[in-house]
Design a protein around this ligand. Structure first.
Ligand SMILES: Nc1ncnc2c1ncn2[C@@H]1O[C@H](COP(=O)(O)OP(=O)(O)OP(=O)(O)O)[C@@H](O)[C@H]1O
Ligand SMILES: [Mg+2]
Length: 284
């Protein structure tokens, strides 16, 4: 892999068909459910007695269903804002986002989104199980007990069902937040620096766990991180946003075979992806 090749796909700022292909899946994903279409999205925050903040400028991205996309970019470049727009928590000032060709509001009503943020935001008075079923309760969805147990097992919390958040480590709390997001079986998982508060080892483990869950469930994942290594390790594609106002600065398909383990980080190809992405970020 040469830099020219990366550059050819990478720096156009436009999503390409190549950037959309999932390497090594042999066409296993049969449907394009969970397709995110971000069309010319800008966001301006009006501020009292101050100049408005242009957080995003004319961002366009096509994210096919079941793709794992990471977003990198300097602090304040609009990553969280973009995630909130995709998930319908904030509206864009210009442009639009479609989910499977329909409005974000409709996608929300159909419970297509799962959110995981930097802080787990668990309810301290609810047990692990009751935090996991929180959204199901809100949605009046009686999930079978076995499904909730499966989820907690999936995120490695078997045996802690009756514990309270205060009795868990930060990594365990974040895994409850992940289980809670997965409980409604969303088509799209929006993750905003979900592992930022974790120590390096837990973070690595959570990354591998997430990869496994993604391989099993084939969800569209949009993953914001400040770690270039984490982005390369987990993603089909890494989108680099420029400093504010955020614009797509590079769009790089990561064509490393899957499933990936930690060892892949020691390969020359992995190092080249890291170096290329670091250059893209440093250029800003
Ligand atoms: N509600 C708001 N009102 C005013 N300005 C806002 C609001 N939300 C975000 N901003 C501004 O928009 C810009 C982008 O913010 P955003 O949180 O999206 O950045 P980010 O890329 O997620 O940064 P970080 O990497 O630090 O999390 C920042 O300048 C921020 O101050
Ligand atoms: Mg942010």
């Amino acid at each position: 892999m040469t830099d020219e090749r990366l550059g050819a796909h990478g720096t156009s700022g436009r999503p390409s068909v190549e950037a959309s292909a999932r390497p090594g899946d042999g066409g296993a994903a049969t449907s394009d459910d969970g397709h995110i279409s971000i069309q010319n999205v800008s966001k301006v925050f009006a501020q009292r007695n101050r100049d408005p903040v242009v957080a995003l400028r004319e961002v366009s991205l096509e994210i096919p269903g079941a793709q794992f996309t990471s977003m990198l970019g300097p602090s304040g470049c609009g990553k969280t804002t973009l995630m909130r727009i995709v998930g319908g928590l904030t509206s864009p000032s210009q442009g639009r986002t479609l989910i499977d060709g329909e409005t974000v509001e409709r996608a929300r009503r159909q419970r297509k989104f799962g959110f995981v943020f930097q802080a787990p935001t668990l309810l301290p008075w609810r047990t692990v199980t009751d935090n996991t079923t929180l959204l199901l309760d809100v949605a009046h969805d009686d999930a079978p007990v076995e499904r909730v147990q499966d989820l907690l097992e999936m995120v490695g919390l078997k045996g802690f069902e009756q514990s309270y958040p205060a009795q868990l480590s930060g990594g365990m709390q974040q895994r409850v937040a992940l289980a809670r997001a997965l409980a409604l079986d969303p088509t799209i998982l929006l993750m905003d620096e979900p592992f930022a508060a974790l120590d390096a080892l837990t973070r690595d483990r959570m990354g591998m766990e997430l990869q496994r869950i993604w391989e099993e469930g084939r969800k569209t994942v949009v993953f914001v991180t400040h770690s270039i290594t984490e982005a390369v390790l987990l993603s089909d594609r890494v989108v680099v946003l420029s400093a504010r106002p955020g614009q797509v600065n590079a769009d790089v398909p990561i064509e490393l075979p899957r499933p990936r383990d930690m060892e892949v980080r020691n390969t020359a190809e992995f190092g080249e992806y890291e170096r290329f992405l670091r250059e893209q970020i440093q250029e800003m």
